[in-house]
Design a protein around this ligand. Sequence first.
Ligand code: ADP
Length: 653
Amino acid sequence: MKNNAFRGLIVGLACVGIAAAALVGCGTTDSAGTAAYTPGTYTAVGQGNFGDVEVSVTFSATKIVSITVGEHGETPGLSDPALEGIPAAIVKGQTLAVDTVSGATHSSEAVLSAVADCVKQAGGDVEALKAKKGAKAAKGARIEKSADVVIVGGGGAGLAAAVSAAQSGAKVVLIEKAAALGGNTIRSGGVQNAVDPARQKAVKMTAPLIGDLKSILDAKEADFGEFAPVVATLKGQIRDYLASGSDVLFDSVELHMYHSYIGGKRVDLKGQEIHGELALVRTLAEGSPKAIEWLESLGLKFNDGIGTVLGALWPRTHSNTKPVGTGYVTVLSETAAKLGVEIMLETKAEELLVEKGRVVGVKATKADGAPVVLRASKGVVMATGGFGANPEMRAKYNTYWPSMPLSMPTTNTADATGDGIVMGEKAGAKLVGMGFIQLMPSSHPVSGALSGGLWGSAETQVFVNKQGKRFVNEYAERDVLASAALKQTDGIFYIICDQDSAGNPQPGSKNGWGDDVDTLIRNHDVYKADTLAGLEEQLGMPAGSLQAEIAKYNGYIASGTDPDFGKRNFGAPLVKPPFYATIRSPSVHHTMGGLAIDASARVLDASGKAIPGFYAAGEVTGGIHAGNRLGGNAIADIMVFGRIAGASAASSK
Ligand code: ADP
């Protein structure tokens, strides 16, 4: 089934007001200067992210009268600005010279090319329409507003801050530079790590996980610096747990902190060591279960099943009932609207207003060029996300990866350009951990996107290279996986699944991103075969290689040990046909460094003092994830610290 969310969405003639004078101004023209279409409705398809986007265009003899977007597989929420905005702009300007919407480029291009096809079918002049500029919007008038709290950025952190500040009684204005809310949050897998005794009760303990716990008992506390007391408490918890004989999964705030610490402790190419800051990591681990309860109270429904997203290190990853990150953005933006938060889209913050050392507002610009001045009596929350989509800034700061070409693709929205870090630094903020950038090991090799494949929880995943050989412990941290993947031929690998670990797809099924699985197979994003031999042949691997590797791996599952790469947590053996292979390669995913904050989300200056009136949350900040963020900890971060930042700003004097 295709997504019919936009079936029937019709963008009508916007030139009505000038219809009498519009024979030339509102239509393409023939050589005599009059518009020239064969009236009627024409249909065509354009290639979106996930297959065909169907578009119907109705023409009069002189005008593009209306455009209807029909069936498509694009992600709801993410593609809205393109599927609604592009048709509106075409009809309004009677032009095909319409800019694509940032963050929804492929959806935009799909609409533009389908409309061009319809113009051709109607006998219109496509090239003339592409050359014809629509009426240039006049620069808007200067806007000045005052609020208690001004929030910059409408991804997960900004929206959580907006709701929380409004719940604390503040008058809130949120500005977002894109045409839609969501940022990287809406594009993420949308999963959240949280200690959750109720849901985790359904997960059984396994021998390898017990082995992991026992290895913590052997760890020397002195090796953990300021985290030593956390490890001491954790050891006590583990001893009690082992003595209890329980067969239910063990977890605790301290174990989540321990994983965040060891997952984030890294040394860069210059020999500089970094690890998560104790107070921030504790706030994250303690706050995430509460953030889930908060989101539930706002209407987001979490699934009961607990898994391990890639690089999470332990089964504590929660998903919700909505596709990818859309659930967080929908629930929070609807709540913000109910609470009276004013949201200004296409409004780009340029500079913080600082008076006598206090941040008192933001200078911004609307897409039409109108200057905006927003004054904040209590505080400004910076929530502009990271700089994964800013190759020059990546190159400037990267001290972790020996090579990070400017051309390396990213999972990020094009708006993740590090604006808040630049503005914050200018206002006196200290930056921390800027050299550490996360590569998402399993991304689409061309687009860099997270979506477009089939796989299950991390323990069930099997990575093989072009030679059909495993090359890494698939349950390891993301930097370990990405580094290993980059060393394989062409930096390419395949995630191998059987019917069960692929999530039992059927004809017409969609994966967790809402991608149509049949389309993925048609486009060779995913390969499918009834036997491993067939898969091997399709992938051009040496005969017998994949078959032998999976047989060996299934043996490791049976014995519970992986002598090749030390994987300790496994799914079921891969035996149920058909088999699937998803082609993947690393791309830039998360920038761990950013503005220094304390546990109240106050932005700190070089001397560690809070800058009055200045708060920050989410990927724009540094200090929590240090050298490598755990999979599933980003959503935990933005919900926990977004919420804290909003409340802190609202209660500021
Ligand atoms: P986080 O996960 O930290 O919330 P996201 O990437 O989800 O980060 O959201 C950050 C949001 O901030 C994006 O929607 C992005 O478009 C927006 N943004 C980035 N720079 C600016 C800016 N200069 N002014 C306003 N919004 C911005």
